[in-house]
Design a protein around this ligand. Sequence first.
Ligand SMILES: NC(=O)c1ccc[n+]([C@@H]2O[C@H](COP(=O)([O-])OP(=O)(O)OC[C@H]3O[C@@H](n4cnc5c(N)ncnc54)[C@H](O)[C@@H]3O)[C@@H](O)[C@H]2O)c1
Length: 285
Amino acid sequence: MSQNILTIMVVGAGQMGSGIAQVAAHAGFQVLLHDMKEEFVNRGYGAIENNLARQVEKGKLTSDEKEAILSRINTSTELENGREADLVIEAIVENMEAKEQLFSQLDQICPSHTILASNTSSLPITEIAAVTKRPEQVIGMHFMNPVPVMKLVEIIRGLQTSDAVYECVEDLTKKMGKVPVSCNDFPGFISNRVLMPMINEAIYCVYEGIATKEAVDDIMKLGMNHPMGPITLADFIGLDTCLYIMEVLHEGFGDSKYRPCPLLRQYVKAGWLGKKSGRGFYVYE
Ligand SMILES: NC(=O)c1ccc[n+]([C@@H]2O[C@H](COP(=O)([O-])OP(=O)(O)OC[C@H]3O[C@@H](n4cnc5c(N)ncnc54)[C@H](O)[C@@H]3O)[C@@H](O)[C@H]2O)c1
């Protein structure tokens, strides 16, 4: 089935979507990079151009290769372009209503063979699939940030995802130079079910005055060989995203061990969202 995939539409040209488009075009696929407005698509396309230019400077890519990759990416602001896609990878805002609305529209626009994938960090694939008439062709493809660097793609099988679709997406992930690892559709999947409680617990340690944020980060870096401390990592991911995922775990499992730390809630309420807002646990210039 994977040989049928020639054109990939990436919906949402933000941090993740632009990275996914870059990697797909690099692997030789035709890419349609879509967002709601021209300026958003241009920003995503510009980020890809900059990334590739840096690779040329470092000698990892020739100018000709860079141009060839860019020539495989077309931009789009009309969802109707989904008619051309063999696979759609959705990377819009982490909001169930927005994703359901999009998948329902894509289901009407895209040809019957098109696979619909979501890059969601935590939302149930089975629930997203339920708004379509092709739940067996809906799957999770959870890329890691930054996409061009990180090897893992967590592949999430919804309750109704077919074996053929799973195998096709697994094969395609390898063609994109990534390593697919499979898991079933439960809150937080594997990556965020393991990572987020650790981050939340690190924030509890600061909240309870057990250690400073710097000490918590140093202990995990020097003692556990983590490349980045959990408090810094939370700032990089975005504290709002961390809180959102903890809430998904808490609600999804109904287990108090996933309760979000009050300090995390307070920072998000204050608008201290981490690196992207200039301040989280640390201050960014
Ligand atoms: N940031 C991370 O570290 C990370 C890692 C893995 C997965 N994710 C997931 O990837 C998705 C995107 O995250 P991001 O960090 O790239 O966000 P982002 O805010 O950088 O980008 C989202 C983009 O989607 C666009 N968009 C929103 N609604 C849309 C719609 N209806 N149609 C078309 N475009 C729309 C926005 O204009 C924006 O450009 C989320 O589901 C997130 O949970 C994020």
